[in-house]
Design a binder for this molecule. Structure first.
Ligand code: MIG
Length: 786
């Protein structure tokens, strides 16, 4: 019935409820305790904590002093910040070195200003308070120049101004259209970019959070499904600063194993050992690189996690080792639902130890998922996480080094799509309902899995892929964007979705290349694989009963091009790996929106169909069918076409030709890019490296090339290689400095070629090297330039 016009019956109009808002009210008294200000207001309590030099935490509760307990997302305790309080008749001013918070005593609205007296963010007339359902909320002023980014995984465009966004981890099979709001990830964090500066805001709430940037022109709000509100303000001033501040609080991505950056092939499902072996054989015969194959749910015995169906997969250990010899890893899926089966050891164990989520009266919650009626581990409990982690020895004993977590919203086959909200989670002695903790279930499953694998892998880096998550998910897992479809619209959506994930701390993310649901086709798969070359995570995956979409599925013409782009992934790996290393330290994404590097360029505000990889590589894919041209915006500077070396002037739009075999890639003048020869898998060691130099006249540029064994944690104890490449270029002379900065690891390559782009005949080149081990270096000059 709701699919008809009945859905819009005339009496259904929702009112905006601003008039029902109950403000926290005037300030009655306050008490300062070091860097914390405990305020008592007319209608509740507020605590203001100068959490870090550049981060302010604000807590509110209606009936009591708000608890300072953070969710599992926050790993950084507060540091000591010196503050002073200036108590004026109508205002309270709280100052640190960097920030001043001004509280208006009459209505407790807050304004936050920086050292240069710029308003970072403000509240006017209304700020903190409660809505008609007693849910805690907050209004803030919105300026016309404000634009909003982040919010984890969302459909739609890059800039979220004008959107209403709700956070509730939800398994959404396929639609992913503009009205699909709640998806698998809930990251209640955003970045607001204003004319002069930017700020970040993270609402640490694990029940539903709703951000409303739509209902009003001059203010926005956020509402949590709680009486208590806990949020952090990051004061910037730049977007890069905010990402550093946010990932300091919630963690950065650990450096992933190199094999996880290769090309991965998946399907729901490759159903038998035979099928998997044939698949890998075809990749090798066709000489298409491959680093991992995924085992979807059919590998299990009756969908029981931690089992193999021994008819389909008679010898997992042999399979894993035979494939590994060819440079291919196996990644099995692991769902949280444990089959209700009194003869199944995981279930028995879980029941006996009270490891499953249960109702307040002690009965275990059972819900239907693939294995039928199933129980769900209570990952909020440390003991349960340890138990679950240990269980992974089942996989690591076979030689498996990576796991894929799915259905961990958690998804349950019923009307609400999830667990009964009344179920209790132990939460290490601070029990809460599933309603309160829903959004953190997937993250905590991720923590359990990652730590378990890490412990068993004997110094090797684990790989974990997850569908659901909360703020901080980057500490444990790579995020793929779930069940998209083989539509051009979904290829288009990949870009802003991944860019905003990257701006939410999740640097390592990517879509199902080719599209999951519905049938793909040759042209779409080709264009999608071109994008996949530069999405941080690169996996082709498709649903049961859809047309197969392995690289060769649509004939030789497309196969050739698809293969070329998978090959390119391996060419770009040295550059990408260096970026991943940086990202693991800085929290900056690998795949970046243009505004991150060009914050003052108004053209980049909502530029969603092109992106940067690191600072200097601009990618502008074709995202529509039968298209061989597109408009590309190049920001200031000169940009060199990767394929032709043609030079384009920036700060303007260009019409670029890109036939089906071309992904437009532009390299900014000044860039230094390490590239390798392609290879069948990351397991094959490089014996040569090329460093491509795109010098800019009268400028000096530097690049730090990073390399290590790609596999273990040894880099943490200094076993890595870092070289600085420095290029300075004057009209007739180019000087190249190649300097070892750290030599705790010896790269496999010994031939190094510098490829210098765009020099004139007359330019003389001088190479100055300071390196310890034997490298033979040569220089190639490329003069092609229109
Ligand atoms: O649809 O395990 O998003 O990647 O292939 C149900 C089967 C469950 C959803 C995942 C998809 C996976 C599929 N899963």
């Amino acid at each position: 019935m709701l699919d008809t016009s009945f859905a819009i019956t005339p009496d259904k109009e929702k009112t905006t409820n601003k008039h029902l808002f109950k403000p926290i009210g005037k300030l009655i008294s306050y008490k300062q305790d070091d860097q914390t200000l405990e305020c008592t207001c007319e209608n509740g309590y507020v605590s203001l904590i100068f959490y870090q030099q550049d981060t302010i935490r604000i807590l509110m509760d209606q009936e009591q002093r708000p608890s300072k307990q953070s969710s599992f997302a926050v790993i950084q305790p507060s540091e000591s910040v010196a503050i002073s309080v200036d108590n004026q008749s109508d205002k309270l001013k709280i100052m640190s070195n960097l920030v001043t918070v001004v509280i208006n005593k009459a209505d407790f609205t807050m304004t936050i200003i920086n050292q240069t007296e710029d308003v970072i963010v403000s509240e006017e007339k209304i700020g903190l308070g409660y809505n008609e359902n007693n849910q805690a909320m907050c209004y803030k002023q919105m300026e016309t120049s404000d634009h909003f980014y982040g919010f984890g995984q969302k459909t739609g465009y890059l800039d979220k101004r004008g959107e209403k966004l709700s956070m509730w981890n939800t398994d959404v099979f396929a639609p992913h259209n503009p009205s699909t709001d709640e998806l698998y990830q809930s990251i209640p964090f955003f970045i607001a970019k204003r004319q002069k500066n930017a700020y970040g805001l993270f609402v640490d709430n694990t029940s539903r959070t709703v951000f409303d940037l739509k209902s009003s022109m001059d203010c926005y709000s956020f509402i949590v499904d709680e009486r208590r509100l806990d949020y952090y303000l990051f004061v910037g001033p730049s977007v890069k600063n905010i990402l550093a501040q946010y990932t300091k609080l919630t963690g950065t991505m650990p450096l992933p194993p190199k094999w996880s950056l290769g090309y991965h092939q998946s399907r729901y499902s490759y159903k038998s050992e035979r099928e998997v072996r044939d698949l890998v054989k075809t990749f090798r015969e066709k000489d298409i690189p491959l680093d991992a194959v995924y085992l979807d749910i059919h590998y299990m015995d009756g969908y029981r996690v931690f089992t193999f169906d021994r008819t389909r997969f008679p010898n997992p250990k042999q399979l894993v080792s035979d494939l590994q010899a060819q440079g291919v890893r196996i990644v099995p899926i692991v769902d949280p639902g444990v089959k209700r089966d009194a003869e199944y050891d995981v279930y028995k164990d879980g029941v006996n130890h009270h490891y499953f989520s249960q109702y307040i009266d002690g009965t275990i919650y059972h819900g239907d998922v693939w294995p039928g009626s199933s129980a769900f581990p209570d990952f909020t409990n440390t003991q349960v996480r340890t138990w679950w982690g240990k269980r992974h020895q089942f996989y690591t004993d076979f030689g498996i080094e990576g796991v894929w977590n799915d259905m961990n919203e958690p998804s349950v086959f019923n009307d609400t799509k999830t667990m009964d909200l009344a179920v209790i989670h132990e939460n290490d002695g601070n029990p809460k309902t599933h309603r309160e903790l829903h959004n953190i279930y997937g993250l905590m499953m991720g923590a359990a899995t990652y730590h378990g694998l890490k412990q068993q892998l004997d110094n090797k880096r684990p790989f974990l892929l997850t569908r659901a998550g909360y703020a901080g998910v980057q500490r444990y897992a790579t995020v793929w964007t779930g069940d998209n479809r083989s539509f051009w619209e979904h290829l288009q959506m990949t870009l802003p979705m991944c860019l905003n994930l990257g701006l939410s701390g999740v640097a390592f993310c990517g879509p199902d290349v080719g599209g999951f649901a519905n049938d793909s086709n040759g042209e779409l798969l080709t264009r999608w694989t071109q994008v996949g070359l530069f999405t941080p995570y690169f996996r082709n995956h498709s649903v049961l009963e859809s047309i197969h979409q392995e690289p060769w599925s649509f004939g030789e013409h497309y196969e050739k091009i698809i293969k070329r782009y998978i090959n390119e992934r391996y060419v770009w790996l040295p550059y990408l790996y260096t970026l991943f290393k940086e990202s693991s330290e800085t929290g900056l994404p690998v795949m970046r929106p243009l505004f991150l590097e060009y914050p003052d360029d108004q053209e980049t505000i909502n530029l969603y169909d092109q992106f940067l990889v690191g600072e200097h590589i601009l990618v502008a894919p074709i995202l529509t069918p039968s298209t061989n041209h597109r408009v590309v915006y190049l920001p200031e500077g000169n940009w060199i076409d990767y394929w032709t070396d043609k030079c384009y002037q920036g700060k303007q739009y260009h019409l670029i030709q890109a036939d089906i075999d071309i992904l437009p890639i532009f390299i900014k003048e000044g860039a230094i890019v390490p590239l390798a020869k392609t290879k069948s898998s990351t397991q094959v060691l490089d014996d040569e490296l090329e460093i491509h130099v795109y010098p800019k006249i009268n400028e000096t540029h530097t690049f730090n090339y990073y390399e290590d064994d790609g596999l273990t944690f040894d880099y943490q104890s200094g076993q890595y290689y870092l070289a600085e490449v420095n290029v300075s270029y004057n009209s007739d002379e180019l000087t190249l400095h190649y300097t070892d900065k750290h030599t705790g690891y010896k790269p496999s390559w010994s031939d190094l070629t510098f490829v210098l782009h765009g020099l004139t005949e007359q330019t003389s080149v001088e190479l100055v090297k300071e390196n310890n081990h034997q490298i033979s270096m040569k220089i190639i000059k490329k003069q092609v330039r229109e």
